[in-house]
Design a binder for this molecule. Structure first.
Ligand code: C5P
Length: 414
C-alpha cells in the first residue's frame, strides 16, 4: 500500500474512549470489519456493531455478533429495548462512533444530516466523536460530490481514518482503499487510553524490523521466522504519536504502516548500512529486527551443486547493529529486544548490559514469533517491569511510552 497522509490529529479526550459503536456500511471491505472488531475486543474495548441493510448483503450479522459478543443492531423499527428509542440509547451508552467501512453513499447521507435508517439516525443523534474509515472505488473517492461531502463532514468535526492508496477490490489502483484494521486501531491509539500519548512531534524514530536474509548462493538463503509484526506495530504507534518514522525492514508480508518511510533491506550488512545512513538525526532507535547472527563467509556466485556429500558452510558473525549504534559518540536513545526460549530474565539483563543500552524488551520467542499478541517484560536501570499479555499494537504503545519517559529522564540528567 502506498503512503498517504499520516493519521489525523486526534483529540486527546479527558478519559479513554472505551465503548464504541462500530457502524458497518455496504461495501466489499465490510469483511475487514470482522478483523477490526476482533482487534478492538482483544484490546479490551466494548464494541456494539450496527449495520446498514446494504452491509448485511456483504456479510452476515451473526459473524459480527460472534466476534463482538453482542447482538448486532440493524433495524430502526425493531425497538426491542429502550422504550423504542434504540438509536438514542445506543449512542447514549457509547464514548465514540466509528464507521468502518464508510461507503460513498453513507458519507453523502450523513453529510446531509439524513436519518433514514438506524445507523444514520444514530450518527445524527450522537454527541460523541465520529470517526470515519472510508472505502470505495478510486473514481468514486475523487468524485466532486464525494469530495464536497468529505469537506462538509470534516467541517462538522468528523475524523477521517484513511483512505489508503493501492490496488482495489475492483482491480483499479488509487485512493479509496480501506485502511488495514491494525492501522485504524493504531491511529486511534491516542484516544484509547493505551498511553498518555507521548508527544513525539519533531522527533525522529528509527526502527529495524523483520528478519534478515543471508545469501548462501543465488537461490538459497539463511533466515529466521520473524514476522516483523512487533516492529511494524511500534512504527505505527510512533507515527500516531506524531514522530517522523523511518522503518528499515527485512522482507515481511506486512503492509507498510501509514505515514512512515520504509527502507527495504535483505542482509544484516545492508541493514547496518541503512541504519548508519539514517542514524545521525535520530532521537529514538528501536532495534526490533531479528538480525541473523551469522552469514555465509563466501556466498557462492553460482548455485551450489548437489554432490551427495555433506556440505560444510563457513559462517562468520554479522555486525551487531544495536551495539554499533549504542557505541556511537552521541547515540540516540536505544531500545533493544531479546527473544529468548528460556532464562528470559537472566539473558535479557545480560544483553542490556553487554550492549550498553538503557532499555531492553524481553519476550519468550515461542510466545511471540508470528503472533498478533505477546507478553513482555521491560528491563531498565530500575529493574524489570512485566506487562500483562496484550496485542502487539497495544504493547507497542506501552513500550513507546516507557521509552519516551526514560529518554526524557536521560536528557534531563545529562
Ligand atoms: O544479541 P541478540 O541478537 O540476542 O540481541 C538482540 C537485539 O540486538 C535486538 O534488539 C536486535 O535487533 C539487535 N541486534 C542487532 N544486530 C545484530 C544482532 C542483534 O541490532 N547483529
Amino acid at each position: 500500500m502506498a503512503l498517504t497522509a499520516p493519521p489525523p490529529d486526534l483529540p486527546v479526550p479527558s478519559r479513554p474512549l472505551r465503548r464504541w459503536v462500530l457502524g458497518v456500511t455496504g461495501g466489499i471491505a465490510a469483511y475487514k470489519a470482522a478483523e477490526l472488531i476482533r482487534l478492538m475486543v482483544k484490546a479490551g474495548l466494548e464494541v456494539q456493531v450496527v449495520m446498514t441493510a446494504a452491509a448485511t448483503r456483504f456479510i452476515a450479522p451473526l459473524t459480527f455478533q460472534a466476534l463482538s459478543g453482542r447482538p448486532v443492531a440493524t433495524d430502526l423499527w425493531e425497538a426491542s429495548e429502550g422504550a423504542g428509542m434504540d438509536h438514542i440509547d445506543l449512542v447514549r451508552q457509547a464514548d465514540a462512533v466509528l464507521i468502518a467501512p464508510a461507503s460513498a453513499d453513507f458519507l453523502a447521507r450523513i453529510a446531509q444530516g439524513m436519518a433514514d435508517d438506524l445507523l444514520t439516525t444514530l450518527v445524527a443523534a450522537r454527541s460523541v466523536p465520529l470517526f470515519l474509515a472510508p472505502a470505495m472505488n478510486q473514481a468514486m473517492w475523487q468524485n466532486p460530490a464525494n469530495q464536497r461531502n468529505i469537506a462538509l463532514l470534516k467541517e462538522d468535526g468528523a475524523y477521517f481514518l484513511g483512505p489508503g492508496e493501492g490496488v482495489q477490490a475492483c482491480g483499479e489502483v488509487g485512493l479509496g482503499r480501506f485502511w488495514e484494521p491494525t492501522m485504524i486501531l493504531d491511529a486511534l491509539a491516542p484516544v484509547l487510553g493505551w498511553e498518555n500519548a507521548p508527544d513525539l512531534r519533531g522527533k525522529k524514530v528509527l526502527l529495524t524490523a523483520g528478519p534478515t536474509v543471508e545469501a548462501i548462493d543465488p537461490v538459497r538463503t539463511l533466515t529466521n521466522i520473524s514476522s516483523g509484526k512487533m516492529g511494524y506495530a511500534l512504527a505505527a504507534a510512533a507515527v500516531a504519536c506524531g514522530a517522523e518514522v523511518v522503518l528499515i525492514s527485512g522482507p515481511t508480508a506486512l503492509p507498510l504502516p501509514e505515514g512512515c518511510r520504509m527502507i527495504s533491506v535483505r542482509s544484516a550488512n545492508q541493514m547496518r548500512d541503512a541504519v548508519l545512513d539514517e542514524i545521525h538525526d535520530t532521537d529514538l532507535f528501536f532495534a526490533v529486527a531479528a538480525v541473523a547472527d551469522y552469514t555465509p563467509a563466501n556466498p557462492s556466485g553460482h548455485k551450489i551443486k548437489k554432490t551427495g556429500e555433506a556440505l560444510t558452510l563457513k559462517l562468520v558473525p554479522t555486525p551487531d547493529i544495536l551495539a554499533t549504534v549504542a557505541a556511537l559518540p552521541r547515540p540516540p536513545f536505544c531500545v533493544g529486544f531479546a527473544a529468548e526460549s528460556q532464562n528470559l530474565e537472566e539473558y535479557a539483563k545480560q544483553k542490556r548490559l553487554a550492549k550498553k543500552i538503557p532499555l531492553i524488551v524481553g519476550n519468550l520467542a515461542q510466545r511471540a514469533l508470528g503472533r498478533d499478541d505477546n507478553e513482555i517484560i521491560l528491563f531498565d536501570d530500575q529493574g524489570s517491569h512485566p506487562l500483562p499479555p496484550a496485542s502487539k499494537s497495544e504493547l507497542a504503545h506501552h513500550i513507546l511510552k516507557h521509552a519516551f519517559a526514560l529518554m526524557r529522564q536521560h536528557t534531563l540528567s545529562s
